[in-house]
Write a protein that binds this ligand. Structure first.
Ligand SMILES: *Cc1c(COP(=O)(O)O)cnc(C)c1O
Length: 660
């Protein structure tokens, strides 16, 4: 099958590959066919390495070509899920198709598309989002905005924040955030970070109320579980445990595994890993011209009885691969205690354009060649899944020390924990919620720092202290060759994370929190053009008349001293010009007043409509505030839009606070 998409010079043809991955059908689009201009044939040949023009071409292939492909196959999904902004052009193609098919305006089609799209942001690094110069977007979309029936200005604004001053770029992440009905980050902390990062897409809404939720990433357990451990789980967990991975009960049975059996099972994996480390290191050093005897001197020190710490990931600078070497004296001491030896294994690649990241790899190589570290620090070449598999199941400790809060999720730690490898990580990404004080160690604190240097210093000292005082003593507290305390940690690690950090749990969350609400809203309302037209008109009314809403307070308690357990009744009047009372919600917003004047423990509760004066358009609302603790409280009132077709009240960027 060959499909085509429009390009400025000539149509681009794409050959379709269909691949069956287990029960999943994967389609790949391929531009390398003779029908195409020579310069187009390489569009799909590599992921990174091209320039911005190639990038926009690739994203047209993915977003617009992707929708074209599904149409050609006769597939008509209810929900589309965009993973990062690379595929965001798909919302435009869907709008265009719906306008043509249903003969509706851009706004109506956009509402329909909103109700069927999910957008997941994956990284709090701004470079994670493709941002194109306007000139490039003009070249590639100059006929497109005409097809959408909107002006060039309106089109370009779709990729810009509403109050953007420097209007010279088009941001794919913003396009998706503006149109997708549901938006999420990939861990609880990353959800909060994303709300702050993208808060000004909804400038009138407080950043912490921006409509971005979260679903924590999980790993595909059966892909990442080591084969010999799978056998052990078959023996001690309930039959068909693979079908109940997301249930915590499934994992509690881990306690039935005898300690020796779990330890020996792990030791076997460790030996296999050390063999791989030996082979990989030998090859790497031989290719660099080192003499065989010298190589042997290094690799012969690999020790299956030494506490083994693994660190493998992309060498993006925020992951701070060399943090453990911040104080070389101290790490020398730690690695060279002959009675309690420790060895470090590193692996990873840097982005082709990330020179700083590449320098980190170089630095680790240099350190590993210092006399005191020879045979103690190993660096593996060619990090990919087959190496990852051995590392995350064969080391004893999995180290992760990103610069908080830059790690969106970090999945390698989840792979490690289900294999009984203990996490030693910054409280960032998934570990900020996965760590429970009994299943591993937390590096540093939740503190925020004034400088990178200060943060690096605090975090590296935390690494040394915990290694010296907790990890090494626990590992070497052996009786008959095994450490019971360590095995307890291994078991706690598997039990506490096996279910919660699996794709099984993740899919349940995506389904319940995001896909089902979109399916329901699409099936109940958005397939019906009359309802969508009515909704669109209501939104117009809200936008044109919102500023004229007036809220007045009925009793004037500004802030109040109260005892715990006491309830107070509050009331306000809302005057609604040309907005129907059904389409708003009055809310009371309250919290404890701190000495510095800010509110803490904020609660927002909807108020009850108690009196309507339809002639004067004045509506009275009441609410009871229940106070769990005593103290000085403050409260205020506000109005938010409300409609059964509106997925999140913040999506419209409308909020009206009391003015008096
Ligand atoms: C799991 C995995 C990653 C991602 O790991 P993070 O902890 O998210 O950095 C990267 N590369 C490979 C080969 C992996 O298996």
């Amino acid at each position: 099958m060959i499909i085509s998409v429009k390009m400025p010079k000539k149509k681009l043809y794409l050959k379709v590959w269909k691949i069956l991955v287990g029960r999943v059908t994967l389609y790949l689009l391929d531009s390398d066919i003779p029908e195409n201009l020579e310069e187009y044939r390489g569009i799909t040949s590599r992921l990174y390495g091209g320039d911005q023009e190639m990038r926009i071409q690739q994203e047209i292939v993915l977003g617009i070509g992707g929708v074209t492909l599904l149409n050609s196959l006769g597939l008509n999904p209810t929900v589309y899920h965009m993973n990062e902004g690379h595929s965001s052009f798909l919302v435009l193609e869907l709008i265009k198709d719906i306008m043509a098919e249903k003969k509706v305006s851009f706004n109506i089609a956009k509402d329909i598309v909103t109700a069927k799209t999910v957008f997941t942001t994956h990284t709090p690094v701004p470079a994670g989002n493709d941002i194109f110069p306007i000139s490039l977007v003009e070249t590639y979309f100059k006929d497109y905005w005409k097809d959408l029936g909107i002006s060039k200005g309106e089109f370009l604004s779709l990729g810009m924040k509403p109050k953007e001053e420097n209007r010279t770029t088009f941001n794919m992440g913003i396009l998706a955030l503006k149109i997708a009905g549901k938006k999420n980050g990939v861990s609880k902390l990353h959800g909060a970070v994303s709300r702050e990062l993208f808060g000004d897409v909804w400038p009138d809404i407080a950043p912490n109320e921006a409509p971005i939720t979260y679903v924590t990433n999980g790993i595909h357990t059966c892909t990442w579980l080591a084969p010999n451990l799978k056998e052990l789980y078959n023996k001690y967990l309930t039959p068909y445990w693979q079908d109940k991975i997301y249930l915590n009960e499934t994992w509690e049975k881990i306690n039935n595994i005898p300690d020796e059996e779990l330890w020996n099972n792990h030791q076997l994996r460790k030996q296999k890993l050390l063999k791989l480390v030996n082979d990989n290191t030998t090859n790497r050093l031989r290719n660099s011209g080192m003499h065989y005897n010298q190589i042997k001197e290094i690799t012969s020190k690999l020790n299956p009885n030494a506490l083994t710490i693994g660190f493998a990931r992309r060498f993006a600078t925020y992951k701070r691969a060399t943090l453990i070497f911040k104080d070389l004296e101290r790490i020398t001491q730690i690695l060279n205690d002959e009675s309690r030896p420790v060895q470090l294994i590193f692996a990873g690649k840097a982005h082709p354009k990330d020179i700083e990241g590449q320098n980190l790899i170089k630095r680790i190589h240099e350190i590993s060649m210092m006399p005191q570290f020879k045979g103690k620090i190993f660096l593996l070449e060619g990090y990919e899944m087959s190496i990852a598999r051995h590392l995350i199941s064969g080391v004893d400790v999995w180290l992760n020390n990103p610069r908080r809060p830059m790690e969106a999720s970090g999945t390698s730690g989840e792979k490690a924990s289900v294999n009984g490898v203990i996490n030693f990580s910054i409280l960032d990404g998934w570990w900020a919620e996965g760590y429970n004080q009994k299943n591993g160690w937390a590096i540093g604190t939740n503190a925020e720092y004034y400088s990178y240097e200060e943060q690096d210093k605090a975090d590296s000292e935390s690494i040394y202290n915990i290694l010296e005082n907790k990890i090494i003593p626990t590992y070497y507290n052996k009786e008959n060759g095994i450490s019971k305390e360590w095995i307890k940690l291994m078991k706690n690690s598997i039990i506490s994370t096996g279910g919660n950090y699996s794709t099984a749990r993740m899919l349940v969350d995506y389904t319940n929190k995001l896909y089902i609400p979109l399916c329901n809203i699409t099936n109940d309302y958005f397939n019906n053009l009359e309802l969508v037209t009515e909704y669109d008109r209501i939104k117009e009314d809200l936008y044109s008349n919102w500023e004229d809403i007036e809220i007045t307070q009925n009793n004037n308690l500004d802030n109040i001293m109260l005892d715990a357990g006491k309830n107070i009744e509050v009331s306000c009047n809302v005057k609604l010009p040309n907005i129907s009372v059904e389409n708003i919600e009055a809310q009371v917003y309250y919290g404890k007043i701190l000495d510095n004047g800010t509110l803490e423990n904020i609660s927002i509760i909807p108020m009850k409509l108690t009196k309507s004066d339809d002639d004067k358009k004045i509506y009275t609302y009441n609410a009871k505030i229940e106070l769990k603790t005593g103290g000085n409280y403050g409260y205020t009132f506000r109005v938010m839009p409300k409609h059964k077709m509106l997925l999140d009240s913040s999506n419209l960027n409308l909020v009206k606070w009391i003015t008096n």
